[in-house]
Ligand binder design. Sequence first.
Ligand code: FPP
Length: 249
Amino acid sequence: MGIFHRKEAKPELVPQEYLPRSIGIIMDGNGRWAAKRRQPRKAGHAAGARTLRRIIRYCETRGIGYVTLYAFSTENWRRPAQEVDAIMDLLRDYLREASENFRNENVVVHFIGDISRLAPDIQQMIAEAIEFTAHKTGMVVNIAVNYGGRDDVVHAVRQIAQQVKDGRIAPQDIDEEMISAHLYTAGQPDPDMILRPSGEYRLSNFLIWQAAYSELVFMDVLWPDFTEEDMERALHAYAGRQRRFGGIK
Ligand code: FPP
């Protein structure tokens, strides 16, 4: 599972049949990017938000079906209020811009995580973005905000427990499909590939149930510096893996 180093040569495009259908991205390294430039951390997040826009567009041009971006975790509330506010403002900017662009773009926007803890204006904009794009047929973009993989499982288990309590299902009816069907990503395929730039080798509570068979691709580039060519390199790393799903070939 070694880290995938950036090479300078421009990568060729991976043939369509070897591309992942669903990708998860842990956007990491914004703080280090800012520190290297002696800028405040929020400048790193702003640069990261620009990368997010470029990479969403690139994934769409490559015909990827689902992209899930880890924007704010359940643990990120522990950061200084100033930094949390800066990330929330970037989310507002994205949603404001998106509400204009979404009408012309064929992208379905979805949010995963407990958005009830977000400011009311953000919740309202999220509801509108979901409504504007629900009928679209193109790539699904999941933005993970106040998301934690363990929280996702707890949230699912609570709903299932309620159904047992109400007598609608029996405990022995509970299986993997039922749990998957109650996660925030219900109805979507599990990520084939999870990408983490910035040189860290962790999932950090991202899609932990859904990532059971995901190919993990780590790259030594900070997220704000991540380019479309880096994305293609990550797709090459994925295409070179042999997926066995526990079998032998
Ligand atoms: C991790 O880098 C990044 C985050 C916690 C925030 C990511 C948020 C954005 C890119 C922008 C907001 C989102 C949208 C949808 C517009 P880090 O701060 O942990 O970096 P470090 O490890 O170098 O300190």
